[in-house]
Design a protein around this ligand. Structure first.
Ligand code: CA
Length: 232
């Protein structure tokens, strides 16, 4: 089986640093695309869907933090891992970088070895979390196919909204496990969209209705949140 080379997009305006990164990544077997401004980085990430983005914070036009926010708020790009580059002592940038959704950051000047180790670690974590998200889920008479975004109750397809579907998958992934509302909110967080406790309750009520014969699988745990189980 051919090993596909991981594609890395490097967004860095400083030519010598960009070249140093590209040279070292290519030597390690990665395929490298380069962008020299925030705008260019954003449009390349949207067009090419790289496996990971190395994103400098100080960039002309649109800075790295804004690029990161933009990537995270778009469903098509929100899953792309991001490693940020920051100048020494820009502690505020580091904190903000992680807040806006970067997976890791590295302080300049850095050794290529360290950067590559960080990139490999982020890619490995990403692969592990994807593998744990199994495509098919089943609880009692309820089956879900995440790949096809399809839900069946006793063999009949049920139409759900995207949020309802995601919420159902979170619950069904760990049957019997009690999720607090804030855990559910966290797992549904989507870019700028704000989800409240009340919204979770509404989604659950709609889900129960739509799931019909399996509606009672979603149980309220008073004072805590919700769990999914086929046994009453
Ligand atoms: Ca820069």
């Amino acid at each position: 089986m051919a090993v596909t080379r991981k594609r890395i997009l490097v967004v860095e305006d400083e030519q010598d640093i960009a070249e140093m990164i590209a040279y070292n990544l290519e030597r390690e077997g990665f395929q490298v695309e380069s962008a020299h401004s925030g705008e260019e980085g954003l449009s390349k990430a949207k067009a090419d869907h790289p496996d990971l983005v190395v994103l400098d914070i100080m960039l002309p036009e649109m800075n790295g933090l804004d690029v990161c926010r933009a990537l995270r708020s778009d469903r098509a790009t929100q899953g792309i891992p991001i490693v940020m580059l920051t100048a020494r002592d820009e502690e505020i940038d580091v904190v903000t970088g992680l807040e806006v959704g970067a997976d890791d950051y590295i302080t300049k000047p850095f050794s290529p070895k360290v950067l590559i180790a960080r990139i490999r670690a982020v890619l490995r974590r990403r692969r592990e979390s994807e593998e744990s998200r199994s495509e098919f889920l089943q609880v009692g008479k309820l089956t879900m196919d995440r790949g096809k975004h399809r839900v069946m109750v006793t063999g009949k397809a049920v139409e759900l909204t995207h949020t309802e579907f995601e919420l159902l998958c979170v619950l069904a992934q760990r049957p019997g496990w009690v999720f607090s509302r804030s855990q559910l909110i966290d797992s549904l967080r989507d870019g700028q969209l704000v989800i409240t406790d009340r919204a979770i309750d509404v989604q659950v009520a709609n889900l129960r209705k739509k799931l019909g014969a399996c509606g009672h699988y979603i149980q309220t745990v008073r004072g805590v949140g919700y769990r999914m189980t086929e046994t009453p």
